[in-house]
Write a protein that binds this ligand. Sequence first.
Ligand code: SMG
Ligand code: MG
Length: 382
Amino acid sequence: MTVRAHGHGAVIRELREIRLPLVSPFQTSFGVQTSRRILLVRAAVEREGVVTEGWGECVAGDEPTYSSEYVDGAALVIREVLVPRLHAVDDLAASDVARVLEPVRGHQMAKAALEMAVLDAELRADGRSFAGLLGATRTHIPSGVSVGIHPSIDALLASVQGYVDDGYVRIKLKIEPGLDLEPVAAVRDLIGPEMPFQVDANAAYTRHDVEHLGRLDAFDLLLIEQPLPEDDLLGHAQLAAAIGTPVCLDESITSETVCADAIDLGAAEIVNIKPGRVGGYLAARRIHDLCHERGIPVWCGGMLETGIGRAANAALAALPGFTLPGDISASRRFWARDVVTEPIDVVGGHVAVPTGPGFGVTLDMALIEEVTATVTPLDPAG
Ligand code: SMG
Ligand code: MG
C-alpha cells in the first residue's frame, strides 16, 4: 500500500470531528461548557512498504473564548492552508512541521495537532515511546485537578471533597470577579493549610484589580494563573511586583519568544505549558528547557483533552523542569468513556507515564466512529 507518490515522509490522511459530552458542566470566567467538539488528525508514515498511523488531537475550543482559535476556524485552516503546505514537502518528518508551517501566522493549536499526528506515526513506526524521545525522567507524575466555578459554595465544596477523596494532590479553582475571595476561603478551609491550592482567572481581571488580588495572599496559594488579559505582560509584571501570590501565565505564553520576554519582564514567576497553545510538543519542550535554565518552575496545563492528549501531556510532564503538579487528571474527570482503550487513571495521586510506542495509547475506533460528526479525507494519494 502506497501512502504517497514520492518520498517516505508522513502524510496527513484525515481530519475528523468527534463530539463528546462532559460528565458535568465546566464553568470558567469566559463561559460554561457541557460538551466538546474535538478535532482529531490521522497521519501515516510508510517504512519499507509498511504503513503506520498516528493520531493528533486539537485543543481548540468550540468558541474563540479561551483564545482566538476555535474548532471551525482550526478545521478550515488545517484543510485549506496547513495540510497543502505539508503535502508539498518531500519526506515530511515531525521535526519539519513547525518550520514548514512557520509562514502561516498564528493557528498554534491547529499546527500542534498536525505535528502531534506525525510525531505519533513516526514514533510508532520506529517502536519508540514519546517519553523516550523527550528524555522523560519520571515514570509517574503528580496529578492536579481543575475545578470550575460552581453555582453555590456548598456545591463547590462537595466537588472539591470528591476530588480530594479521588486522591488528587493539588486543587486548582477557577475564579472571576465577585467569585474569588469567598470560594477561595471556603476551599482553603475545607482542604486545610497543607494541600497545594491555586487559582485560575482566565484573564478576567484588569490592572485596576491589583489591590483586590492582593487579598488572595491570605490563602497561601501556590500561584494565580493568568489574572489579566493575554496581551498585558506589563500589567502582569506590575501585579507580580505588588502581590505575594506568585503570578503564573497561561494564555499569554504563545511562543518561546513571548515566554522569554515575560520572564525578563517579571511577568511570569511560574509558567503553565500547553503544547497546543505554543504550536506543538516540540516547542513545548523548548519552553520547558528555557524555563528550566532560568529557574522558572513550569507545570503542564490541560485543555479537556481525550486520552490521546492526556497521554502525550503525561510524557511531557515527566521532564525534570515540571516541578509543580499539572492539570493532568483522570479521563473520568471529564469523560464517561474515553476514546482510548487505556483511559488515564489517577492512582495514589499520580498518573503513570505511558511507555508504549508513540503516545502509548490505542484508539477505541468503534467508539470513535459512534461519536464522529464529520470525516474529511486529506490523503494526497486519495
Ligand atoms: O484539562 O483539566 C483540564 C482543564 C484544565 O482548567 C483547565 N484548563 O485555562 O487552564 C485553563 C483551562 C482552559 C480550558 S477551559 C475550556
Ligand atoms: Mg488557565
